[in-house]
Design a protein around this ligand. Structure first.
Ligand code: ZN
Ligand code: ZN
Length: 415
């Protein structure tokens, strides 16, 4: 039997690291089984899952809605002084849901998330209201969960502030702002929902029902709880550990959602309206490399420059003069280098090796510690010739000279 129509506009995949437990492929299987026309992705502060999510949605023929539950500083994103509250008395980290309606919205979302990491990182990647005023086009916003600015103002008794915030947000987003209602059996949510319902009538703003989905099925509640323990380095039997208040943070069916919000049918139907308004088409070029181009002098190819640098680096390592032939006792090196150069050139990785050699060289010149090499290419003779890898890292050499050698763990941490 078909379930009542409903679209989840608030959902955390496994890319909400150590917090969301929804894997992408099973999500779409379930969404199809529940006859959902669309599903959103709103991970905490990041867009890590977008490509996987979008491609899985295309395969499943379910409409993807790309979004993010961003963190918002109540003051400036540049202010990073107090952990709990900022100057305005609000928590320094607040939640907000953003959904991309189109290409402009998606580009703005990428901009906001990048700025959050580059400029606003304070425990979490945070944006601020200034950024939202600058880059809100093409984005739908909701008032958010219990950890949003609006909800926190309501639960802390600052109702006037909550109304002002909603005015601010709806002023920025115009007809793209929804008052988000959630019901997980938490008392504070009832207070928030009651206030939002009043705002909805007075300010003529639409309600939107969401379920803050963190795991796929109801029975995944316990493994999800264990995941939270891993995320917070606590034991399940620790009475004071972090856990979710309330219950039912799974992908509820349309019938279940309609039942939970039977007093607000518009909040359910508005989820379909949101889905209809979000029509992002991503032109993803996957299966190809998009490496930056390493610039070589005119008339030279990257392959030539790579081979030349690898050979001259090897000569240096062997302490040979530039035109001195490699002595027969090093025939093994010659054979190996010829082989590696051939492989790297034929795979089209010459530019990649040159780029890595370039930044390792820069780091060494600027006194930035680099390790002796790691990963699958650490055993490469070409990488050794290019100076990407070394037999001892600079830090080790300095400390050995100073008479205070490093312990292995220290090298790994710092190198
Ligand atoms: Zn939240
Ligand atoms: Zn959430």
């Amino acid at each position: 039997m078909a379930s009542a129509p409903f679209v989840h506009c608030h959902l955390h995949s496994q890319y909400s690291l150590l917090d969301g437990a929804i894997k992408i492929d099973p999500l779409f299987e379930r969404a199809r089984a529940l006859n959902m026309p669309a599903v959103s992705l709103t991970d905490h502060g990041n867009l890590f899952g977008v490509v996987e999510f979008y491609e899985a949605a295309m395969r499943a023929e379910v409409k993807p809605i790309i979004g993010c539950e961003v963190y918002v500083a109540s003051g400036s994103r540049f202010s990073k002084e107090k952990r709990e509250h900022d100057a305005s008395g609000f928590d320094a980290i607040n939640h907000l849901i953003l959904l991309a309606m189109n290409d402009t919205g998606y580009k703005n979302l990428m901009y906001l998330v990048s700025k959050a990491y580059l400029e606003g990182f304070y425990y979490k990647p945070r944006i601020d209201l200034d950024l939202l005023r600058e880059r809100h086009e093409g984005l739908i916003a909701t008032s958010g969960c219990l950890s949003s600015m609006v909800s926190r103002a309501i639960t802390s008794g600052q109702t006037d502030t909550a109304w002002e915030l909603v005015e601010d947000f709806s002023g920025i987003f115009k007809d793209r702002y929804y008052l988000e209602v959630q019901r997980h059996g938490i008392g504070d949510q009832d207070r928030v929902n009651a206030e939002l319902a009043k705002m909805s009538v007075d300010m003529k703003l639409p309600l939107l029902a969401t379920n803050d989905a963190h795991y796929l099925n109801d029975c995944d509640h316990e493994p999800h709880d264990a995941l939270l323990c891993i995320g917070t380095a606590a034991n399940l039997d620790d009475p004071k550990r972090f856990r979710f208040d309330g219950q039912g943070f799974y992908l509820k069916s349309g019938d279940e959602m309609a039942e939970v919000f039977r007093d607000h049918p518009s909040a359910i139907s508005n989820s379909l309206e949101v889905a209809e308004r979000c029509n992002l088409v991503l032109g993803l070029e996957t299966g190809e490399y998009h490496l930056p181009e390493f610039q070589v002098p005119a008339g030279r190819t990257r392959e030539e420059v790579f081979a030349e640098q690898a050979w001259s680096g090897l000569r240096n390592r062997l302490r040979l003069a530039p035109d001195e032939p490699i002595p027969p006792r090093h025939a093994e090196y010659v054979k190996r280098m010829e082989h590696e150069i051939g492989v790297v050139q034929s795979m089209g990785f010459a530019g990649y090796f040159l780029i890595v050699a370039d930044f390792i060289d820069y780091a060494k010149r600027e006194g930035i510690p680099v390790g002796p090499g790691r990963g699958s290419a650490a055993g490469s003779l070409a990488a050794y010739g290019l100076g990407i890898t070394g037999h001892r890292c600079r830090l080790l050499q300095e400390r050995a000279r100073s008479g205070h050698p490093l312990r292995t763990g220290e090298v790994r941490r710092r190198g």
